[in-house]
Write a protein that binds this ligand. Structure first.
Ligand code: NAD
Length: 426
């Protein structure tokens, strides 16, 4: 995997670009560049062999001017403070772009969930929930899943939290199982939201969808639904990969069969009728739409030149380094950035939080309709900002309206700064 290196510094690059366009004071940029709170906890966990293993967990609250912190929890061997800080920073911006009343937060534990039993994962999750319980809460900081975590882990977390609190507070975490207050549509929300953003992008930039060749890196929670929605509209899923390898078929692969195959074999490698490719190959295969949906730092200055896609929809957080972003922009590729493209997950998490607080639950159709509206509105607002601020001046290209990343940060930063001003914090 390409090493993103210095991730947090790189994560701040679009903020700096947006700040220059908006003429923000350096002290305001300084405030936005530093998380409000960083928590590091150790979690002693009894393993199945009877021994205690101490794991390191993190929770970062980046900015809470617009509301309680909100963002997922990642279980992965690569989790480190720099990564969690970056993810929390992206959440502040993402939440502002889609207009949900949250600040940004994120958490993680350095562990390999693939090598742990269900019992070990449960004990680790309960230990983490207890360790951070004083710092999270329905009006304080609301976690959710991310890479390596799922609805079951949310269930253990909420159970432990509520035991400590001595009452039922389902809204403390989102993307829970339906039986304990999860929202309809949350499981597929990130993919569904990215699909709605893709529809806006192809309409805006007049990119044909029927027959479009789609390549996806990382075939997990967020990738599987969008593959299905695009396939249903006549796209061809020609390449997919996961951490074990990849599958390529120029004629296209059936996404639901791929999902079933991966569930059974735990890999997309060896999918019937496909050619084996490497985990990184979907980034550079000849395609029309590229969907990075794995981890950060995958499109780099080393491979960006080889990207052929006209449209890149970032379902993963931070998949493109700033150097690569510049190369893609100069090539004329349209990049729907992570903070916009994958905001469907947190949008339905917001719906879940609202439903938990009301104790009144919506149908699949209601959730889907509301999500569609939010994503379409966010895309249009970002696009308008791209046009209004002519944001390509910093990149020196002719296509002012295509730098959707800087435009997304312009949209977000203005909202966050307005909230900080209204609170008298700056
Ligand atoms: P996941 O664990 O379900 O899926 C990740 C997939 O990526 C897995 O199939 C894994 O095998 C694969 N992968 C890991 N390393 C890889 C590599 N080097 N090359 C190719 N594939 C690799 O996680 P997810 O929830 O689908 O999250 C994926 C991305 O989407 C992350 O960047 C996450 O932050 C982002 N995201 C997730 C949500 C959400 O609601 N889950 C919301 C917004 C953004």
């Amino acid at each position: 995997m390409p090493n993103p290196g210095n991730l947090y510094e790189k994560a701040l690059t679009p903020l700096k670009k947006a700040a220059a366009v908006l003429n923000l004071e350096p002290d305001v940029v300084e405030v936005l560049s530093n998380p409000e709170r960083v928590l590091i906890v150790s979690i002693p966990t009894r393993m199945d062999n009877g021994k205690i293993k101490v794991f390191t967990g993190y929770r970062v609250q980046h900015n809470t001017a617009r509301g309680p912190a909100k963002g997922g929890i990642r279980y992965h061997p690569g989790v480190c403070l720099d990564e969690v800080k970056s993810l929390a920073f992206w959440m502040s911006n993402k939440n502002a772009i889609v207009g949900v009343p949250f600040g940004g937060g994120k958490g993680g534990i350095t562990c390999n969930p693939k090598e742990m039993s269900a019992g070990e994962l449960e004990r680790l999750t309960r230990g983490y929930a207890a360790a951070i319980s004083k710092f999270v809460g329905v009006d304080q900081d609301i976690p959710a899943p991310d890479v390596g975590t799922n609805a079951q882990i949310m269930g253990w977390f909420v159970d432990e939290y509520c035991k400590i609190a001595g009452k039922s507070i389902p809204g403390v975490i989102t993307a829970k199982p339906l039986d304990i207050g999860g929202s309809r549509g949350r499981g597929t929300a990130t993919g569904r939201g990215a699909f709605f953003a893709t529809l806006e992008a192809v309409k805006t930039y007049k990119i044909p969808l029927k027959g479009a060749r789609v390549s996806i890196q990382g075939f997990g929670n967020v990738a599987q639904p969008i593959a299905k929605y695009l396939f249903d509209l006549g796209c061809r899923i020609i390449a997919v990969s996961d951490s074990t390898g990849g599958a390529f078929n120029a004629k296209g692969m059936h996404p639901e069969k791929l999902t079933k195959f991966k569930k059974k074999t735990r890999s997309v490698r060896g999918f019937p009728g496909s050619k084996e490719i490497e985990t990184i190959d979907p980034i550079t295969v000849d395609c029309d739409i590229l969907i990075p949906a794995a981890l950060e730092g995958q499109i780099t200055k080393e491979n960006a030149d080889e990207v052929t896609a006209k449209l890149i929809v970032e379902e993963a957080n931070g998949p493109t380094t700033p150097e690569a972003d510049k190369i893609l922009h100069e090539k004329g590729a349209i990049v729907v950035p992570d903070v916009l493209a994958n905001a469907g997950g947190v949008t339905v998490s917001y719906f879940e939080w609202v439903q938990n607080r009301m104790g009144y639950y919506w149908s699949d159709e209601e959730v889907d309709e509301k999500l569609k509206k939010v994503m379409a509105k966010a895309f249009k607002e970002v696009y308008q900002n791209a046009k209004q601020y002519q944001v390509d001046t910093t990149l020196r290209t002719k296509r002012a309206e295509t730098d959707l990343r800087t435009a997304s940060y312009l949209t977000a930063v203005q909202k966050i700064v307005a909230a900080m001003q209204a609170l008298g914090r700056i």
